[in-house]
Design a protein around this ligand. Structure first.
Ligand code: GLN
Length: 483
């Protein structure tokens, strides 16, 4: 199991380093030793960036020795999902097509973490191009759930969730297009926050579906999620979709009393397919929030039933277009022994992409093709607007909405891999927030009889991560005192 030194929060790291009880260098080394011990069993990391990490730790230690004011994440060991570009460090997106790709620049979110003092330990395993809900679509093998190694950690940010859950990183970055931060967080028993669309720059994020992609933190505590969000949020001139909206001090706002917040509970999120143990745990979480003074408001989000087909048309259409760039001509995998340019494209893509990615490219290309565009893509865009309007209506009446994160706890490796539809249904409660562009967080709320973590989700208004975090924090504090 973990030594005390790897079971830390951001605040713990900071105070240890500030008081000079531990150096950033020894802390990084401690985490690497733990990764070396544990990760053969879990498979969370694809690449370790030791040289870069130790140089960064050394910079922090020199600042500490000189008595300089330390930045907010000084010496905090973090892990980065391998869909975010890291200068000089291999970035694969879980795909054979990028197995040897070494970016020349950093993703803005990574650069901001590092500028705040964080130590980037390495890159975490994920479903290929973030397409999946179990991490089984990685070209580099699955990740195992640290709570039960016969089960999946969720996906697509499975490596990031497992790394935090198994104390191999204090925090991690993940990406969420249809649930990929929140669902693995719930399967592994950690916090996962998807910010509002546009809140965090995606510069340097390997694109899956550009109108849905988000970067956000996976952490052990809500406060740590607030700290990371504060660090990475805000306008970035390198990403024209990043919003020029004031970034509040999420950490300071956590402590504001909840007051009489109105929490919506939508019947559509508690229907068929929801596992009984998950339902009970989420209902108890709602009861606890009620006892903290929140008013529970039953409501309806009537277009929810269309979310999965809508998502799987829009996401695949955008993916088909985004993935056109992996043609073997420049940085992606190139097939050997080809005789013509078109054969190079064909064979490189055939050999470089895995089955799920090919399925998505075909689905997306079909949905965009002449003759079908109106029936599928255009229709999906219209339904997306209806789904977003459901939330707009609801947020006229309530401050936030509480739902399960996933219909079940972690499933077994292989359980759904031959049934894409069953796998897609695992995203039923998460894709809606991506489609509407609103923020959402998954917070642990107990476990099944088999000791598998259960998570519940809090959804908020556009750019109102503060309220979402505040509710999550109040719940977390109350459950710690209760247990
Ligand atoms: N599971 C969903 C999918 O496969 C979501 C993935 C994601 O959020 N990146 O598309």
């Amino acid at each position: 199991m973990s030594s005390a030194l790897t079971n830390l929060t951001i605040g713990d790291c900071r105070s240890l380093i500030e008081k000079r009880e531990v150096t950033a260098l020894s802390l990084a080394e401690e985490y690497y030793a733990h990764i070396e011990n544990q990760d053969a069993r879990i498979g969370a990391f694809l690449t370790l960036s030791k040289e870069r990490a130790l140089q960064q730790a050394d910079r922090t230690d020199r600042m500490a020795v000189e008595g300089q004011l330390l930045p907010p994440l000084a010496g905090v060991p973090v892990a980065i999902k391998d869909v975010m570009s890291t200068r000089g460090v291999r970035t694969t997106a879980g795909s054979k097509s990028l197995a040897t790709y070494i970016p020349a620049y950093d993703c803005t979110a990574v650069a901001r973490l590092e500028a705040a003092g964080a130590v980037i330990l390495g890159k975490t395993n994920c479903d290929e191009f973030a397409m999946g809900s179990s991490n089984e679509n990685s070209a580099f093998g699955p990740v195992r759930n640290p709570r039960d190694r016969s089960r999946v950690p969720g996906g697509s940010s499975g490596g990031s969730a497992a790394a935090v859950a198994a104390d191999m990183a204090v925090a991690a970055l993940g990406s969420d297009t249809g649930g990929s931060i929140r669902q693995p967080a719930s399967f592994c028993g950690v916090i996962g926050l998807m910010p509002t669309y546009g809140r965090v720059s995606r510069y340097g994020l390997i694109a899956f579906a550009s109108s849905l992609d988000h970067i956000g933190p996976l952490t052990k505590t809500v406060k740590d999620a607030a700290t990371i969000l504060k660090t990475i949020a805000g306008r970035d001139p390198l990403d024209s979709t990043s919003a020029d909206v004031r970034v509040p001090d999420y950490v300071a706002e956590l402590e504001q009393p909840l007051g009489a917040l109105k929490l919506g509970v939508a019947q559509e999120y508690f229907g068929e397919g929801l596992d009984d143990e998950v339902r009970h745990a989420v209902e108890s979480a709602i009861d606890r929030l009620k006892s903290l003074g929140c008013e529970i408001v039953p409501l309806s989000l009537p277009h929810t039933a269309y979310a999965i087909p809508t998502y799987y048309i829009i996401a695949t259409a955008e993916a088909a277009s985004n993935l056109a760039r992996y043609d073997g001509a420049r940085y992606s995998f190139r097939a050997a022994g080809v005789k013509s340019l078109s054969e190079m494209y064909r064979r490189s893509r055939d050999q470089g992409f895995g089955a799920e990615v090919k399925r998505r490219i075909m689905l997306g290309t079909y949905a965009l093709s002449a003759g079908y565009y109106e029936a599928y893509y255009l229709k999906a865009q219209k339904v997306r607007t209806l789904l977003a309007r459901d939330f707009q209506e609801a947020f006229r009446k309530v401050d936030a909405i509480v739902t399960p994160t996933s219909p079940t706890a972690a499933f077994r490796l292989g359980e759904k891999s031959d049934d894409p539809l069953a796998m897609y249904l695992a995203d039923i409660y998460t894709v809606t927030a991506d489609l509407a562009g609103i923020p959402g967080i998954s917070v642990p709320c107990g476990e099944t009889q088999q000791k598998l973590p259960i998570g519940f989700q809090i959804l908020g208004k556009h750019f109102d991560e503060s309220t979402v975090l505040r509710i999550a924090h109040a719940y977390e504090q109350a459950s710690q005192t209760a247990s």
